[in-house]
Design a protein around this ligand. Structure first.
Ligand SMILES: [Zn+2]
Length: 347
């Protein structure tokens, strides 16, 4: 049973405090507004406003992307990257009890900063957050799909040259309608050849067929977003049977083409169709949310049972790109807590 007719929902605070694993979150979309204002002032970058509340308000998707690109340009030094990484991870722990997180970053959107410099800073932030807050983190450099294929290939070569165990996979984001995934088959082959896991943002705006391209041609192991799967019942059946993991996030910038009515979210239809869905915050401060809030909205808003709520976390553990030993340790530490907090019997 996925949903319940029980009138009593799970306590909001229990949902916020459940231990969690998050697999889809962007470093550059996780910068506190106050920090972005400070970094922009330091580097002489003009902002549309320095008002912390107004900075992350957008009339439309284009406005969101302008602020996102500005946020990227405000990260210059290793210390900048270390600071925003640490703060993003601290926020995830304090707001939502995230124990393990995979974060995207877009190396090609920081043209003034060499990859080893940004990686050094991000790793410093990761280590400090693990020391202070116990959260472990892995990284996914993300291809910006508006980049030329040659620069995406160069990115994979750079990742290989500066290999670090924290960097576990490759992703892809940007405007999917303008640049469909098949452009990047050679890039994904190169990533596979150096042992990187693969995923891509797809079918958020584009058709369901893009999911098949990613799985079948790019060799993706997980699907980021993938909401238009609901338009294709045969694909829903195939991916439900295959146990394909979707990394979903209910908050979207305005004018993304999906209804503003939360109950009409495709994520709800995906859960009800029995697809393997995980919840994620994507760009938490920029979209005014955090993972705990997403659990409250989804689990109580859609009346998920405690068992289905638990599965949102355990499916994320199963799909994590850490090594099997660490994944098993995560499951051992988190699952009993889930059972206790959700009132479930062990097993
Ligand atoms: Zn995303």
């Amino acid at each position: 049973m996925t949903v319940t007719d029980e009138p009593v929902a799970i306590d909001d605070e229990v949902l916020r405090r459940l231990p969690k694993v998050e697999l889809h979150c962007h470093l550059e979309g996780s910068i506190r507004a106050a920090t972005l204002v400070e970094l922009a002032a330091t580097h002489g970058i003009p902002l549309p406003t320095t008002d912390h509340d107004a900075l992350y308000r957008y009339p439309d998707l284009a406005g969101f992307l302008v602020v996102y690109e500005t946020a990227c340009s405000a990260l210059r030094t290793a210390a900048d990257f270390a600071r925003v990484t640490y703060e993003a991870l601290e926020d995830a722990v304090l707001s939502s009890n995230v124990r393990y997180r995979e974060m995207f970053f877009n190396p090609t959107l920081h043209p003034g900063t060499p990859y080893p410099v940004m990686l050094e800073g991000i790793l410093d932030g990761i280590r400090a957050a693990e020391r202070d807050h116990g959260i472990t983190t892995r990284l996914i450099p993300s291809i910006y799909r508006q980049d030329p294929v040659a620069s995406a290939l160069e990115l994979v070569a750079t990742v290989a040259e500066h290999r670090d165990d924290h960097v576990v996979g490759i992703g892809m984001d940007g405007d999917e309608l303008a640049d469909p995934p098949e452009r990047f088959v050679a890039v994904y082959r190169a990533a596979a050849a150096i042992g990187l896991h693969r995923s891509a943002h797809v079918a958020h705006d584009g058709p369901a067929s893009m999911i098949e391209t990613c799985l079948d041609d790019l060799g993706c192991e997980r699907v980021d977003h993938g909401y238009h799967v609901v338009d294709d019942p045969s694909l829903v059946s195939r991916l439900r049977d295959a146990g394909t993991t979707f990394l979903c996030a209910t908050p979207t910038p305005p004018l993304c083409g999906w209804s503003d009515v939360f109950d009409e979210s495709p994520v709800r239809r995906m859960i009800e169709a029995g697809l393997r869905v995980t919840l994620n915050s994507d760009d938490p401060p920029m979209l005014h949310t955090d993972l705990g809030t997403e659990f409250v909205k989804v689990c109580n808003g859609w009346r998920l049972t405690p068992e289905r709520t638990k599965q949102l976390v355990t499916d994320a553990i199963d799909a994590a790109w850490c090594d099997p030993t660490e994944r098993a340790a995560l499951a051992r530490s988190i699952t009993p807590e889930l059972d206790r907090m959700l009132g479930l019997s062990p097993g």
